[in-house]
Design a protein around this ligand. Structure first.
Ligand code: GLU
Length: 300
């Protein structure tokens, strides 16, 4: 069942309370953190034949463990009731349904960027959906299905700061990003001349920005727009992306059957409209423009 308006209002109220209590360093005028977002219901495949070692284990356990983010509004966000919501959560659920798992059988596990590769290759998660850029370096350690979305690194600044107009204007400025992320690697390059600091969660970088300890936060525009949407009076995204960040579903590198099945699932949900509906109800709400992913997706 789609979430009812009443249920949505409850989530909104709870999120607003959490913000007011200072859980996310909120203040009057802040929007609830990833509150009233879409939650879809996807048709669960019955006993799909997929020759995947990871899936066989999950079938025996009758449970799928999916690594996600918890502090990225409209993408991967955990509210005070413990419920996860956002675009990546919907992608995770769509894929799970095609692999034969209902939402009730999913255990979401919060995994920060710096431990993604180890967590996936150790088998602590069955797959991972969390603004995870596909690149050759990471492909040495994990497998990827996608891209299901393409973001770009951008800058989040305080609304009244007009001095930062793009990556070419951060020389000598304090810029925060997180460990194990591609935008941190990028902004550390000498050509930008930024004074970088690092945290393990983006929400901590955002706190540093609000407190005045740094002048900008850099990561994917899709993530930054969510933070700006929470605090439109205080924060803005510069709007000049300077990298390309194609998002993939990460999984065990050796499990080709799982990789193919997840690629099939992504393609099917892009084609049947579930993808757009989920996008419009989540990421689309923070102002990210809809661009349909190109299909067929690459296979390797
Ligand atoms: N997409 C970038 C990455 O995978 C930044 C976002 C993140 O840290 O999840 O490194």
């Amino acid at each position: 069942m789609r979430k009812t308006a009443a249920a949505g209002a409850v989530v909104l109220a709870l999120a607003a309370t959490a913000t007011a209590c200072g859980g996310e360093s909120g203040a009057a005028g802040d929007k609830p953190a990833g509150g009233d977002v879409f939650s879809g219901d996807y048709k669960v495949a019955s006993a799909p034949k997929i020759d995947s070692p990871v899936l066989k284990k999950a079938q025996q356990a009758k449970k799928l463990v999916i690594g996600v983010k918890a502090d990225q509004p409209f993408l991967g966000f955990k509210d005070t009731t413990g419920k996860y919501s956002g675009f990546d959560i919907e992608i995770a659920k769509m894929v799970a349904a095609d692999l034969g798992f209902s939402e009730k059988q999913i255990q979401f596990k919060t995994i920060d960027s710096n431990v993604r590769e180890t967590t996936i290759s150790n088998g602590q998660v069955d797959y991972y959906v969390g603004t995870y850029t596909i690149n050759d370096e990471r492909k040495k350690q994990v497998g990827f299905a996608g891209p299901y979305y393409t973001a770009g690194a951008d800058l989040l600044v305080r609304k009244d700061d007009k001095s930062i107009t793009g990556a070419d204007s951060v020389r000598g400025k304090k810029v925060c990003s997180i460990v194990g992320s591609t935008p941190l690697q990028e902004i550390k390059k000498k050509k930008y001349g930024a004074v970088t600091s690092q945290q393990s969660k983006y929400s901590d970088c955002v706190k540093n920005l609000l407190d005045g300890q740094v002048q900008a936060v850099t990561t994917d525009d899709a993530i930054l727009k969510g933070y700006a949407a929470q605090r439109p009076q205080k924060l803005r995204v510069v709007g000049k992306p300077f990298t390309k960040e194609p998002y993939g579903v990460g999984m065990d590198k050796t499990d080709k059957a799982l990789r193919n099945a997840i690629t099939d699932a992504l393609e099917a949900h892009i084609k049947n409209g579930d993808y757009k509906k989920a996008y419009d109800g989540t990421l689309g709400k923070s102002g990210s423009k809809f661009v349909a992913p190109e299909t067929p997706l690459p296979r390797y």
